[in-house]
Design a binder for this molecule. Structure first.
Ligand SMILES: Nc1ncnc2c1ncn2[C@@H]1O[C@H](COP(=O)(O)OP(=O)(O)OP(=O)(O)O)[C@@H](O)[C@H]1O
Ligand SMILES: [Mg+2]
Length: 261
């Protein structure tokens, strides 16, 4: 299915930041992007200027059995955003149990969002394993794992490459990596990035430098492409989106490739 998700075994590495910014960059490359938040923190909306009071989200649609697109925001960036919704941890636990008991249910709903060959669903996920990730894992054409250039991320690599976090290869979609928050002034960062590059080779989608513009942009509820177009953050984001765009193919072959998933 034309779905990409951003995931990570550990939290706070930049999943939501990259889901939002790369979604905007993919929209600028011509994709009809639907960004969807599967994390109870419900933070993706903050990157798109949705007010904190607004409870809209797919979890509202779940309870009402209404189409999920009714919960979407048409954001100024052109990305259609489906927030998580305003449910608490207890309701989320119930929903997670429901997902585990009803494999395929999430996929049916996501398939209804895709109304043409240029539609792309970009999903943000909670940190670590989750029932949302387990379902997305069965559906996505591209799976992105975000790492930091530190020793902990490096130590997680064997498990990731063995498919213990998300499956990949064969019919399971392609697993790609982003190394985020790289600071080339720090020797450990440079060394770990070098080691990750040689391990990951063409599975490395790209490296994203540490840049305050990411945090500042979300404070202004904008993407880095709008807030700081000449920043390193904007350059790295655009490069990641370009790579995804190339992997998904040009418009002619795009639908065929995605349909084969
Ligand atoms: N490349 C970067 N440079 C500087 N700061 C960054 C970068 N990427 C992310 N950040 C900052 O790191 C913090 C965590 O980012 P984010 O919320 O996107 O992580 P996350 O993986 O979604 O976290 P969680 O696991 O809690 O969902 C934020 O303050 C964000 O602004
Ligand atoms: Mg997040």
């Amino acid at each position: 299915m034309p779905i990409i998700f951003f995931s990570s075994p550990k939290g706070g590495v930049g999943k939501t930041t990259l889901t939002s910014n790369v979604s905007v960059a993919l929209r600028r490359l011509g994709w009809q992007v639907i960004a969807i938040d599967f994390d109870v923190q419900n933070a993706l909306r903050l990157h798109f200027g949705v007010t904190v009071e607004d409870g809209r989200g797919f979890t509202t649609a779940v309870r009402s059995t209404r189409p999920w697109l009714e919960q979407a925001w048409d954001t100024a960036s052109g990305v259609r955003l489906i927030p998580f919704g305003a449910i608490g941890n207890a309701d989320n636990t119930q929903l997670e149990r429901f997902l585990q008991d009803h494999p395929g249910w999430l996929g049916q709903h996501l398939a209804r969002l895709v109304d043409g060959p240029s539609t792309l669903v970009v999903a943000d996920t909670p940190p670590g394993p989750s029932p949302y990730l387990a379902e997305l894992d069965k559906l996505a054409a591209l799976k992105v794992a975000i790492l930091l250039s530190d020793a902990t991320s490096f130590s997680l690599l064997p498990k990731l490459q063995d498919g213990e976090f998300v499956s990949h290869g064969g019919d399971h979609g392609r697993l790609l990596y982003i190394v985020n928050q790289v600071d080339l002034r720090r020797r450990l960062n440079r060394d770990v990035l070098g080691a990750l590059r040689s391990q990951l080779r063409d599975s490395l989608l790209g490296a994203v430098h540490q840049d305050e513009a990411f945090a500042e942009a979300v404070a202004f509820q904008q993407s880095v492409l709008d807030y700081a177009p000449s920043s390193v953050a904007a350059y790295d984001t655009a490069a990641i989106a370009q790579s995804i765009h190339h992997l998904l193919g040009d418009t002619g072959s795009r639908s065929a490739r995605l349909a084969s998933r």
